[in-house]
Design a protein around this ligand. Structure first.
Ligand code: BMA
Length: 312
């Protein structure tokens, strides 16, 4: 008989969850959806921490092995207290995604307010101070992910506008990172599938010989609420508006108690992938909007799964 955990392609780290509210050095409600990059051998995680008040800010951790993180004692980025972004961040800043692009560290995050979620862009040199560059979308858009290099001379990003409750993954292009256009819909919900309700990009696209591997989240709505899972798709390297393939099955689904039960039940929300030199992928994900976990797999096998048209 297959064990419950063998149902997923990704293997969970046995020490999961790696971070919970108890690890945060200041008072908070939960920690989830962290973005991780590996720079000069050091893993750096920018964490979404939800305060007791209910809105989110960012904390920072550093690690030598990608599993045990030492946290900065105070938040590194809080909702803007003044300036042009203040009114768009009054309900918090959420779900940061870090991309190192042409040697600069960029963060796309969700600026949340009564106007609705907008994507905002910041940059940092040291992960401690952040320069806000501004909003890069109107409300109703989140899950912004910058590609790690220009494609045919232009910057590219994935995003997830919501229309009438339905979310598809789109791609847009820019000359300057601030003004975006030439938008195309990429991936849509699939009726009858695990991603039948909503989708969003999860991880910064990974360049492989076969195409850009996008690890995304898909949602199925049920009478018990949404279920968030993780899947994979491949986009053409030179023209990422073209989807090469998309796996019919997820690679990680909520099964463990820490994924099944929390502030939001039944959520694995991938938010970063680190590819190691030998081809291992460390996938970081928020579990039940209550903790941060890691699962591992192999990059070449994730590509194979994305290419498989039948159950893997
Ligand atoms: C999404 C985002 C994430 C969250 C997820 C599951 O819409 O808001 O921050 O983890 O829902 O609740």
């Amino acid at each position: 008989m297959r064990s419950l955990l063998e149902q997923d392609y990704m293997s969970r780290y046995e020490g999961n969850p790696i971070l919970t509210a108890g690890d945060i050095p200041f008072t908070c409600n939960t920690v989830f959806n962290g973005s991780v990059v590996k720079i000069d051998g050091e893993y750096i995680i920018l964490l979404r921490v939800e305060g007791q008040h209910g809105h989110s800010l960012f904390a920072l951790g550093r690690s030598e092995d990608g599993y045990q993180f030492e946290l900065e004692p105070l938040p590194v980025m809080t909702p803007a207290g003044s300036g042009p972004l203040q009114k768009y961040e009054v309900a918090g800043i959420e779900d940061p995604r870090v991309t190192v692009l042409e040697g600069t560290i960029y963060v796309i995050y969700t600026a949340f307010s009564g106007y609705g979620p907008c994507m905002a862009l910041a940059r940092t040199e040291d992960f401690l101070d952040y320069e806000r560059l501004g909003l890069i979308s109107e409300p109703g858009n989140k899950d912004g992910l910058l590609f790690p290099r220009k494609i045919n001379g232009r910057y590219a990003r994935l995003d997830r506008p919501i229309s009438e409750g339905v979310g598809h993954i789109w791609i847009s292009f820019s000359e300057d990172l601030m003004h975006w256009g030439d938008s195309h819909v990429l991936l849509s919900p699939r009726q009858g599938y695990w991603d039948s309700y909503r989708l969003g990009g999860s991880c910064v696209p990974i360049e492989t010989e076969e195409g850009w591997l996008e690890i995304y989240h898909g949602v199925r709505m049920t009478s018990g609420g949404p279920i968030y899972r993780t899947g994979v798709a491949l986009l053409d390297l030179d023209d990422p508006t073209q989807v090469i393939s998309r796996s019919p099955i997820p690679v990680l689904s909520p099964r463990m108690e820490y994924e099944r039960v929390g502030d939001i039940n039944n959520v694995v929300f991938a938010s970063a992938a680190v590819v190691e030199p030998a081809g291992e992928v460390k996938l970081y994900y928020g579990a039940a909007d209550t903790s941060i976990c890691v699962a591992t797999g192999r990059l070449d096998e994730l590509v194979e799964i994305a290419l498989a048209s039948e159950e893997y």
